[in-house]
Design a protein around this ligand. Structure first.
Ligand code: GDP
Ligand code: GDP
Ligand code: MG
Length: 292
């Protein structure tokens, strides 16, 4: 993933690509602008600037090149303050995938299934977004590509909780490792949706604990998207975040802002529509991409 020219790297590439080799007032202005452009948000931008300035002064740094290294380290350290590992020890491990419509839940499940099968994990996915037939078919297509089992509703609009239940039941009966449940994201029925997710969880827990509740966020919507997802954070017992569409996002700072605001770790990153376009979250790699 290092070869791609990330859109979110543009903000800092403009600061450090040419221009003065020694640090001037203009350098600091440019960094501040870049932090804001990248959607770190004003508060986090300020505190990063302060930390970098402190370090630059303490070490009597005068070269822009050194400043860049310090900025990268400050970002990496802050990104690394959360544990990005997926907790999939239970058998079966159940993963609930939640988030508003269109953020990339179904696509992420397809990619994640494919990724996990490479570690010899036996996977089943459950199409608990039962409202639209197209949503079920979309998950079925991904399941086929990834070569994993699927439980679909017997009829359109079937209770999502019963699909989730049957999925986990099959995982137990067939001794599969991981059950991943796709869910609906219709926000117009926010109260209803949260009740539906609550019921899905209660019904699953009759059979097995829920190991992870992954909230999927579209990185191109940045902090607006986070506001939309607030209900999930408050009501759905989210254990980790998935950031999708980083390939098309200029908002790299969102990656840090979202962790610091929600206190939830980013566990997976989506960077394209292909089956291989999903990775774990590695602060070191990400900081290097952000400040190239
Ligand atoms: P859902 O409604 O949350 O299930 O979202 P979908 O999985 O149906 O995805 C919505 C759209 O976003 C689809 O067109 C996907 O191809 C696209 N998408 C999902 N993840 C990514 C990603 O990481 N990068 C890009 N560029 N597109 C993505
Ligand atoms: P209700 O729909 O409000 O009556 O909620 P319930 O908790 O009774 O069931 C919700 C759905 O989950 C039902 O459609 C059932 O198919 C499924 N379900 C819940 N608990 C069980 C269970 O213990 N066994 C089975 N087979 N299905 C269950
Ligand atoms: Mg979907």
């Amino acid at each position: 993933m290092a070869e791609k020219a990330w859109s979110f790297a543009r903000a800092f590439r403009n600061v450090f690509g040419g221009g003065s080799e020694t640090i001037t007032d203009e350098t600091w202005d440019d960094i501040e602008t870049a932090l804001i452009t990248a959607d770190f948000g004003p508060e986090i931008a300020d505190s990063i600037l302060e930390e970098v300035r402190g370090s630059v002064e303490r070490h009597r740094v005068s070269e822009v090149k050194e400043l860049k290294r310090i900025l990268r380290e400050v970002l990496e350290e802050r990104l690394a303050a959360f544990d990005p590992t997926l907790k999939l020890i239970d058998r079966p491990a159940v993963i609930l995938v939640v988030g508003v419509n269109g953020v990339g839940k179904t696509t992420t499940i397809g990619k994640l299934s494919n990724y996990l099968t490479r570690f010899d994990k036996k996977i089943i996915v459950g199409a608990a977004d039962t409202f639209r037939a197209a949503a079920v078919e979309q998950l079925a297509t991904w399941a086929e590509r990834a070569g994993v089992a699927i439980v679909k509703p017997q009829q359109q609009g079937q209770d999502p909780a019963s699909v989730a239940f049957q999925t986990v039941q099959r995982a137990i009966d067939e001794e599969l490792d991981i059950a991943i449940i796709d869910t609906a994201g219709r926000l117009q029925t926010k109260g209803g949706l949260m009740d539906e997710l609550g019921k899905i969880r209660r019904v699953i827990e009759k059979l097995a604990p829920v190991s992870e509740v992954l909230l999927v966020l579209d990185a191109t919507t940045g902090q607006n998207g986070l506001a939309q997802a607030q209900a999930f954070i408050e009501h759905a017992g989210v254990t980790g975040l998935v950031l999708t569409k980083l390939d098309g996002s200029a908002k790299g700072g969102f990656v840090l802002a979202v962790q610091e605001h929600t206190k939830l770790p980013i566990k997976l990153v989506g960077q394209g529509e292909g089956i291989g376009d999903l990775t774990g979250f590695t602060p070191h790699v990400f900081a290097a991409q952000l400040v190239p």
